[in-house]
Design a protein around this ligand. Structure first.
Ligand SMILES: [Zn+2]
Length: 117
């Protein structure tokens, strides 16, 4: 990098700018979190923004249960659902469902007695 006047790491700043641009875009164009891709109407109050088409929360719920049973891949969880994980009520109220979002690989390393951490 030739820009030595930038005090922060320029690569990092650019990456963060991209992340925030994506977040703003998502907030402006909300889509159903079940992965069907249907655009949702933007609510006036962001806290009450709808996350699903009518009844589609059940579709995500059944997908997550499939992931937990090993019948679907964690990769199949829609990006919109991951992005709004903290706002999806049935996920926050169900610790079992939350496991569908966590990386099984991380659990495996934590369980091992030889891990240095
Ligand atoms: Zn949907």
């Amino acid at each position: 990098m030739t820009d030595s006047t930038e005090s922060k790491n320029p690569d990092r700043s650019a990456a963060m700018a991209r992340v925030w641009a994506t977040r703003r875009e998502r907030a402006a164009n909300p889509v159903c979190c079940c992965g069907c891709g249907t655009a949702l109407a933007v609510g006036k109050d962001p806290k009450r923004q709808k996350l699903f088409c009518h009844g589609h929360d059940g579709r995500l719920h059944s997908l997550l249960r499939k992931v937990l049973r090993g019948e679907a891949s964690r990769q199949d969880i829609p990006l919109a659902a991951r992005a709004n994980l903290a706002r999806i009520r049935f996920v926050q109220h169900d610790h079992q469902i939350q496991k569908a979002f966590t990386n099984p690989g991380q659990h495996a390393t934590r369980r091992g007695p030889t891990v240095a951490e």
